[in-house]
Design a protein around this ligand. Structure first.
Ligand code: SAM
Length: 290
């Protein structure tokens, strides 16, 4: 079986199996070997690693992963691709294909069984319609993970990496940076895919923090504060938090907590760092117990 990372071999496979792309599954297959090399390099895969690939498609990147990792588990929702994958991946004995929706799979159980609970690496050219639920699901379910290296929409990658003061900074930046360090490894234009997507793409690596970068008493409260601040981006933090249906603090309590955190009552949420959100959250927790 020839490698697939070019248009000719991809078209040959698609024609052999009369495969039709399904838009609802976000199917844009990679047809550029340089991009595939960049993803593998950015993911820093070694022969020790168990790699989870989300959405292998016809197996283009899976072949590269099999060459570099100890073991690959590839989860594909589209049952029309399973027969193709058993053909394109036939040279490899270190891959398991699972025909399932990644959002329904118990990944913790797989890691426990296949890697004795040791951290895995996740690599994917993600289906863009579910980028955020996939990434946040992996972090929030506390799957043991070293890093997640994924192709995403370029503007989503920029939001994940952004810091205070940037127009891209928001709830997604803070949620991702709470769990991991973000690094954009490459920008990828639409002509590297078949069919071409309508948006630019980027490869981002999220390396999970070994120890938390901030300590917060009530993680759920901190994330409610973050969501409330960015839902009403143009309002001051006091008004944003006071108006939020998710929170029930009085204006006085919010102003007091801001003062105790060393922050001005006229500050906007978009100016706060993750550490400042954590401090504010701890101060507001105290207000509850006063
Ligand atoms: N990895 C291939 C490549 O790079 O050429 C295909 C990438 S394509 C952008 C996304 C893949 O994810 C498709 O094969 C699609 O069928 C699959 N997919 C979409 N939703 C999924 C889900 N919920 N669970 C698992 N796979 C999914």
């Amino acid at each position: 079986m020839a490698t697939l990372g070019n248009p000719q071999n991809t078209i040959a496979v698609l024609e052999k199996y009369q495969f039709h792309f399904q838009k609802r599954f976000g199917q844009n297959f990679l047809i550029d070997t340089h991009v595939l090399d960049k993803i593998i390099r950015a993911a820093q895969i070694t022969s020790e690693d168990l790699v989870l690939e989300i959405g292998p498609g016809i197996g283009t990147m899976t072949q590269y992963l099999c060459e570099n990792a100890r073991q690959v588990i590839a989860v594909e929702i589209d049952s029309n691709l399973i027969e193709i994958l058993s053909d394109t991946l036939s040279p490899y004995d270190n891959v398991t294909v699972i025909n399932e929706d990644i959002l329904k799979l118990d990944i913790n159980q797989i890691v426990e069984q296949q890697n004795n609970g040791r951290p895995i690496k996740v690599v994917a050219n993600l289906p863009y319609y579910i980028t955020t639920p996939i990434i946040m699901g992996l972090f929030e379910s506390h799957v043991p993970i070293d890093s997640i290296t994924v192709m995403v929409q370029k503007e989503v990658a920029e939001r994940m990496q952004a810091g205070p003061g940037s127009k891209d900074y928001g709830a997604l930046s803070l949620a991702v940076q709470y769990y991991a360090e973000a690094y954009i490894a490459a920008n990828v234009p639409p002509n590297c895919f078949m069919p071409r997507p309508n948006v630019d793409s980027a490869v981002i690596r999220l390396t999970r923090h070994k120890t938390p970068v901030v300590n917060v008493q009530d993680e759920a409260l901190m994330f409610r504060l973050i969501r409330a601040s960015f839902n009403q981006r143009r309002k001051t933090l006091v008004n944003g938090l006071n108006n939020s249906p998710e929170l029930s603090f009085s204006k006085d309590q919010i102003v007091h907590a801001l003062e105790q955190s060393g922050l001005s009552p006229s500050i906007r949420g978009e100016a706060l760092t993750l550490a400042q959100f954590a401090t504010l959250s701890d101060e507001l927790s105290k207000e509850c117990s006063l």
